[in-house]
Design a protein around this ligand. Sequence first.
Ligand SMILES: Cc1cc2nc3c(=O)[nH]c(=O)nc-3n(C[C@H](O)[C@H](O)[C@H](O)COP(=O)(O)OP(=O)(O)OC[C@H]3O[C@@H](n4cnc5c(N)ncnc54)[C@H](O)[C@@H]3O)c2cc1C
Ligand code: SF4
Length: 330
Amino acid sequence: MKEFDYRRAHDVTGAVALLAAAPDARFLGGGTNLVDLMKTGVERPALLVDVRELPLDRVESTADGGLRIGATVTNSDLAAHPEVRRRYPALTQAVLAGASGQLRNMATVGGNLLQRTRCGYFTDVGGPCNKRVPGSGCPAVAGEHHNHAVLGASDHCVAVYPSDMGVALTAFDAQVAYETLDGPGEVPLTDLYLPVGDTPHRETALPPGALITHITLPAAPVAADSRYRKVRERASYAFAIGSVAAALDIEGGRIREARLALGAVASRPWRARAAEAVLTGAPATGATFAAAADAELAAARPLPDNGYKVTLMRNLVVSVLTELAEGDAR
Ligand SMILES: Cc1cc2nc3c(=O)[nH]c(=O)nc-3n(C[C@H](O)[C@H](O)[C@H](O)COP(=O)(O)OP(=O)(O)OC[C@H]3O[C@@H](n4cnc5c(N)ncnc54)[C@H](O)[C@@H]3O)c2cc1C
Ligand code: SF4
């Protein structure tokens, strides 16, 4: 592990300035991803700017009935917060479906959203990987890709985005607020992660040196009855091979509003807009749910060993939507 300096920041402006003043500096949240990557040599920062003491550790209600979630709120505190559980239950379920209790106690909201892919070639510094070393190649396309992307990928990278939290936040139109030396900015979570294209090493739309300060969730009454379901290869303590965050507002047997996001299928949390368009205004039946899943997955381009994900996601979407509709009918 390369030697590095460590500074603890106490205010947002100071954190941004500390990072900007040092080449090769990184913000440190809980360290549960960054420090692992430093141990394997994927990340080699010269300075860590610890942000955990910043006053960004609150979940607060906003005037419009939404929530403002500080970037240093731990995953455990986010999942347990009574207003998150009441207004966006799929968010609590998503966070609790990730990692372990110990990791969730350390991991922060900002760090969770910016955690790196779990592609095995990315973490193996002995071999090529376009995301780690631009232009070096993508061994996953012809190699081990059974957990990799079926939507929105390219020949240059087929890795998936690993966060569960990000999928639920995407379904509920989260906005990401950040601070830079030039002042604050904001980006919708759906636009935070850049399309892979031929530049998989360029991962987010954040300006260089940006500190995520908080996430805003707009009011979404539909989210009060929402679900997150995750499929994984072990019963616990494993990343998703497919996941769904969903919410339905049904009145008189018809769907008034639908929210749907898919996880572990693309390089970013995948907002299922095509499926939502099929669902909105349609009868809440199994046929509608299947048509919605098919509409979204028509864009899937699986590789030889991950075609199973298309079937898995179709079944998962139909199953979660059916569960929501049956709950509504009771
Ligand atoms: C064994 C294991 C299993 C796991 N299983 C799951 C799982 O099933 N589902 C899941 O979603 N996750 C899982 N995780 C990942 C875990 O959730 C992440 O490691 C964690 O959320 C990252 O948060 P952190 O605060 O520790 O980030 P850090 O490791 O501190 O940072 C991660 C990245 O974010 C940057 N960063 C941190 N805070 C900010 C900020 N405020 N502004 C700008 N940049 C920032 C850092 O510079 C770094 O690049 C697992 C992790 C492990 C080790
Ligand atoms: S899928 Fe992406 S992260 Fe994995 S080896 Fe290919 S370029 Fe690297």
